[in-house]
Design a protein around this ligand. Structure first.
Ligand code: HDE
Length: 720
């Protein structure tokens, strides 16, 4: 632990130094000053004509202070407004020189500073972290050749195929325009209306309705670049590439009932989790992977590599891990860094290039445009968090909030006044040269025929899920469509589900009091006015693979409890040995143990020792923890028995399928809960309880194994 603490401190010190080198440090003087540097004598009282008189307009300090305050807010992001971020570094493990000339991907061991922002999509800046939604996963690499942004999501596909549809999609999912409801939720008419008329959304809809839409932590979710990009090597040879982030702790989620309750107990759940993990030295880590497709294989698959609603199954092209990212420092200031960071898929460095994915092409326009309104002008690249570590020399000048003081006469090219400087760079000198892709085509507004199969990949995704995951998708669809008021919309969605999987459609329909039927025809509305929609029916092709292991979270890592939050229910009289032995064992495995007692402050153990309770039953709930332990101690158990919230804690942990352990008298408290009684009636003896994730009088090692399983789905009520 001491070593870990030491290395954490060192990492943080290094990170801070790097940061200060990269950014202009604030000169922290001791005295309060105005923005003009005048020392302030009184920051509490405005200047008045007499103690009880009117305030004077002359009070420059008050006017400056209030004016600045009045202008503190900037427009929030139109999408991904709610987010949290961290600094860190990316370390290359395997050289990619065969495929790309990008400097930061050449030499194993190269460390590149990064800033990563995670987000939800639909909600406002102050909305809950636990909304059912896609999560943004945007990484800014400060490379020596300039800034490279990988602006991805936690799902490998997107809702639409063409940028032209993005405003429609976002208008549909945002709160409805008349009532501004609901906040941060897709469960309403306009979203599902759009889905029902836009079958290309279905694949991403399935991901969002799966447990991926409610991650346990930003530290436990994958990231995907989604689009196919290009890597280009020194010889100018290009390959296609898909980018992946794989969390070292595995991919885990919460359950929907839990998500809704967390939103009440702690709307900052993911933000807090990320912040605290980094403060505690538990640095989030993600492996960086690539799927590489040679140019000659472009048309080898049953889907189009340029279609962002399709994923490339790992069975066809494995993900090659080439490096690891570590997030080791929290921002110093949320606004200056997390809010003002400006990502852009068009920020690429030599060796990384675009494809003609029509969604990506549209994004290349949108991100600069949005920063102009959000950050107020064209100089947002000068905000410290956005600055490149490589120097910037060009003839751009002026504009709102210009920081750079350019010297000399020349602001044009070619020039002689500055000897022709700054010069263009040859490719061999690191100049960016776009890949020489040959294009010979008609100028048209159209969708490629190769994009028009909207069913086989959602089917592949669904069929790849474990039974509990399938059940969760059915319940999520029932929940969401149950919030839709217009029955015609519900029916249209169910008929689309029918095209993906009939038994799924039947189950969803049953929950909505409908009967699932195949649609008369799948009319694609995204066609030009002059086209015949019948020409655009969505055929269901054969998927390249029926099911893919990597798509199910059941196959993720389940051998660690590192950073998991474990609640210990205790009160005065708790047995010292029973508590401390378990606490020590859990902490040795890297878990975080919190004592939850009837009140905060000290509790007295059976042996007369004093312990600090971390939380009271009033400000903690089982939804904020991964598992719960009840130590022995008759007095503690008797006191907790009187607490309705302690009993509820256990019942809820059970409903959410979490590992529960009890020792000695603690077992009696467990038996007080409805779940404990049910288990006793079902005659679950202490051995079978282990399989069930309820560990009564078992060794700490058994509890540790159980927590690592994440959840015990066999306890869950299956949708009829
Ligand atoms: Fe974005 N997206 N997006 N997006 N996006 C923005 O840019 C946009 C898309 C993604 O933490 C905005 O700076 C269009 C796909 C993330 O700051 C905006 C289209 C993917 C973030 C924008 C897409 C993303 C954004 C809003 C369709 C995954 C948050 C604020 C053509 C690969 C970045 C901003 C952060 C943010 C436009 C589609 C990911 C308006 C037009 C696909 C992670 O420019």
């Amino acid at each position: 632990m001491a070593e870990k603490e030491e290395s954490r401190k060192k990492d943080q010190a290094n990170a801070k130094r790097d940061y200060l080198e990269r950014h202009t440090a604030n000169d922290d003087g001791e005295m309060l000053t105005t923005n003009q540097g005048v020392k302030v004598n009184d920051d509490h009282n405005s200047l008045k004509a007499g103690e009880r008189g009117p305030t004077l307009l002359e009070d420059f300090h008050m006017r400056e202070k209030i004016t600045h305050f009045d202008h503190e807010r900037i427009p929030e992001r139109i999408v991904h407004a709610r987010g949290s971020a961290a600094h860190g570094y990316f370390e290359l493990k395997e050289s990619m020189s065969e495929y790309t000339s990008a400097h930061f991907l050449q030499t194993p061991g190269t460390r590149t500073p990064v800033f990563v922002r995670f987000s939800t999509v639909a909600g406002s800046r102050g909305s809950t972290d636990l909304a059912r939604d896609v999560r943004g996963f945007a990484t800014k690499f400060y490379t020596e050749e300039g800034v490279y942004d990988l602006v991805g999501n936690n799902m490998p596909v997107f809702f639409i195929q063409d940028a032209m549809k993005f405003p429609d999609l976002i208008h549909a999912v945002k709160p409805e325009p008349d009532s501004e409801m609901p906040q941060a939720a897709s469960a309403h008419d306009t979203f599902w209306d759009f889905v029902s008329l836009t079958p290309e959304t279905l694949h991403n809809v399935f991901w969002a309705m799966s447990d991926r839409g409610i991650p346990r932590s930003y530290r436990m979710m994958e990231g995907f670049g989604i689009h196919t990009f290009r890597l280009v090597n020194k010889e100018g040879k290009s390959v296609f590439v898909k980018f992946h982030w794989k969390p070292v702790l595995g991919v885990h989620s919460v359950v929907w009932d839990e998500a809704q309750k967390i939103s009440g107990m702690d709307p900052d759940f993911h933000r807090r989790d990320l912040w605290e993990a980094i403060e505690n030295g538990n640095y989030p880590q993600y492996d960086f992977g690539v799927q590489i497709v040679p140019e000659e294989d472009e048309h080898k698959f049953n889907f189009d590599l340029l279609d962002p609603t399709k994923l490339l199954p790992e069975e066809l092209v494995p993900v090659k891990i080439i490096g690891r990212m570590t997030l080791n420092r929290n921002p110093d200031n949320f606004f200056a860094e997390t809010e003002q960071v400006a990502f852009h898929p068009g920020h690429v460095v030599p060796g990384i290039d675009f494809t003609n994915d029509p969604l990506l092409q549209g994004r290349l326009f949108s991100y600069t445009d949005t920063q102009l309104i959000r950050l107020g002008g064209p100089n947002f690249h000068e905000i410290p968090i956005n600055r490149s570590v490589s120097p910037i020399h060009n003839n751009q000048r002026d504009g709102y909030m210009r920081q750079t003081i350019n010297r000399g006469k020349s602001s044009y090219n070619p020039n002689t006044t500055e000897g022709g400087y700054p010069l263009q760079a040859k490719a061999s000198e690191g100049g960016f040269v776009s890949h020489r892709e040959r294009i010979d085509a008609h100028k048209v507004r159209a969708r490629s025929e190769s994009f028009i199969d909207h069913f086989s990949q959602p089917a592949m995704f669904y069929h790849s899920q474990s039974q509990p995951e399938k059940n969760h998708i059915i319940s999520a669809l029932r929940f969401e469509l149950g919030m839709v008021k217009d029955e015609a919309i519900r029916k249209r969605v169910v008929s689309l589900l029918y095209m993906i999987d009939q038994s799924l459609a039947d189950k969803v329909a049953m929950g909505l009091g409908l009967t699932a039927e195949a649609p008369d025809k799948i009319t694609n509305h995204n066609v030009p006015a002059d086209a015949d929609p019948n020409d655009y029916q969505s055929p269901k092709k054969n998927p390249d693979v029926e099911s893919s292991q990597a798509l199910s979270m059941a196959n993720t890592r389940k051998d660690t409890i590192e950073t998991r939050m474990i609640a210990v229910l205790a009160a005065d009289g708790v047995d010292d040995d029973s508590l401390m032995k378990m606490k020590k064992a859990l902490e040795e495995e890297g878990a975080m143990v919190k004592i939850v007692a009837p009140r905060v402050g000290k509790i007295k153990t059976a042996a007369g020792n004093e312990l600090m309770a971390d939380k009271s039953l009033l400000n903690a709930a089982s939804v904020l923890f991964d598992a719960v332990y009840i130590p022995a101690g008759i007095k503690s158990m008797m006191a907790l028995k009187e607490e309705h919230k302690a009993i509820h804690f256990l019942d809820e942990a059970y409903t959410h399928c979490k590992a529960i352990a009890a020792d000695g008298d603690g077992v009696d408290l467990w038996r007080e809960s409805a779940a404990g009684k049910k288990e006793a009636m079902a005659d679950k003896d202490e051995k079978t309880a282990v399989l069930h994730g309820v560990l009564l009088n078992q060794k700490p090692s058994e509890f540790i194994k159980a927590i690592a399983q994440h959840r015990f789905w066999d306890r869950e009520k299956v949708p009829a």
